[in-house]
Design a protein around this ligand. Sequence first.
Ligand SMILES: Cc1cc2nc3c(=O)[nH]c(=O)nc-3n(C[C@H](O)[C@H](O)[C@H](O)COP(=O)(O)OP(=O)(O)OC[C@H]3O[C@@H](n4cnc5c(N)ncnc54)[C@H](O)[C@@H]3O)c2cc1C
Length: 496
Amino acid sequence: MSDYDYDVLVVGAGNAAFSAAHAAREQVSRVGMLEKATMAELGGNSYFTLGSFRATYHGLDDLRPILSELDEREADRYDLDPYPVESFAADMLRLTRGRTDPTLMRILVEDSFPTLRWLHGHGVKFKLQSDNQVFEVNGRKKFWGGGTIATVGGGIGLIEQHLAAAKATGIDVRAEHQMTGFLVGPTGAVEGVVCRTPQGERQIRARAVVLASGGFEADARLRAVHLGPGWDTAKVRGSRHNTGEGLMSALGIGAQAYGNWSGAHAVAWDINAGPYGNRVLTNKLQRHSYPFGITVNVEGDRFVDEGADFRNYTYAKIGSAILRQTGGLAYQIFDQRGVGLLRTDYGHEGASQVVADSIRELAEKLDLNPGRLERTITGYNESVGDRPFDPTVLDGLATSGLEPPKSNWAQPIDRPPYVAFPVGCAITFTYGGVRVDEDARVLNQADQPIPGLHAAGEVVGGLFYDNYPGGSGLMSGAVFGRRAGRTAARHSRDRG
Ligand SMILES: Cc1cc2nc3c(=O)[nH]c(=O)nc-3n(C[C@H](O)[C@H](O)[C@H](O)COP(=O)(O)OP(=O)(O)OC[C@H]3O[C@@H](n4cnc5c(N)ncnc54)[C@H](O)[C@@H]3O)c2cc1C
């Protein structure tokens, strides 16, 4: 009988962890997953997602074989520009201002589509994002911003499909196992983990470990320490369990800290949402349609270029801009032109919103200075240009002489009733993590692999700096999870 409980042990049960477990199980028989949460709360941040995966493709024909849902009659009306490797790479470089790790970025981009096909082979179901990523222009339904593919059933569906695949192949998923440290052998190799369970502390031994336990976004103290003042007050958009024990334990055994440790993905979020993600509403509390209105702070002033780019390329940094405002509070304001373009999320039951027939009345209802808000909106309306409006392209319909500018989609706000959505900042995940090589092996401070330790997902640093292209988190978890699982299985066999 082996001394080891598992050939490969994966810490976490989100998308990166399941991807690692499936890949390991292709090569070795005893694969385990340890999840801190209860079975009812399984799935990490991945559960709360829309299930949007950013991947490359040349056109609809590339995607057809992996789509479980496609209305062929509707498909005739779709315009889907190709999204080749060069475009994904250019988006990563542009948004991170050239700081993304070139090796990790190349792997993410080049492996994206093959990994979608591989996930599809493991029972993950995909569809086109034909609701919130499409606008109809001249009778054609045009996809925009690289957000094209999502899982059937969103994040909830993704986790259900992963779990079903894991059960079918005999992967052992153990809930209520909070990893608190590593078992390290005399040569420095990782040989398992220490866990806190309802029955007390346990040691679980494995020939190889994959760390996929997420970032530290759900720990207020670590947020304040690493992201800076004010971040302790941010709400958490997803799981309450990503509090960084796995990440900090890895640093504790010599893993190299890597990437943008003071940076995080954070969005505009319904001001009345709870402190952590809501497992029924999941991503519906997000407020991503700000490019089609204006956003003001409690002083009644604009503070951000709402139309700087497609929202897929700005939404991850708008949360931090809101956090910096008085009280961490802002209001997205739309007239009836903007209201017609809102994402479906805005319409959920209980969404916080205020409606008024005039700007003055709106200001009074929001407890803002009415004269100031009227001045802001009049100034904005007077500065907008007169080019044609097109939400599917960067239409250049910009303000002139206004600070901050609105660079695209700047239509006047003058058609009542007006609607305001109060928003705060919610953190999605932290960008800093451990350093991995191209085989997803965790590196020490001398750039050497720590034997037996692999990592994937949010716990890895180096890909995202300051900003992020929507849909890349799940894609990165799957790409590097698959690599980590494969390498861990190989390491496990070599050790045997
Ligand atoms: C509301 C919302 C919407 C989003 N939408 C999208 C989207 O559509 N597309 C996209 O690409 N990204 C999206 N994201 C980001 C995405 O969720 C992450 O990038 C991705 O899910 C990270 O996967 P992961 O497996 O690394 O982490 P997670 O899915 O968070 O998994 C980490 C797991 O580790 C467990 N864990 C933590 N600590 C321990 C421990 N000590 N011991 C054992 N287990 C532990 C956690 O409980 C969790 O199950 C969204 C996030 C949120 C919150």
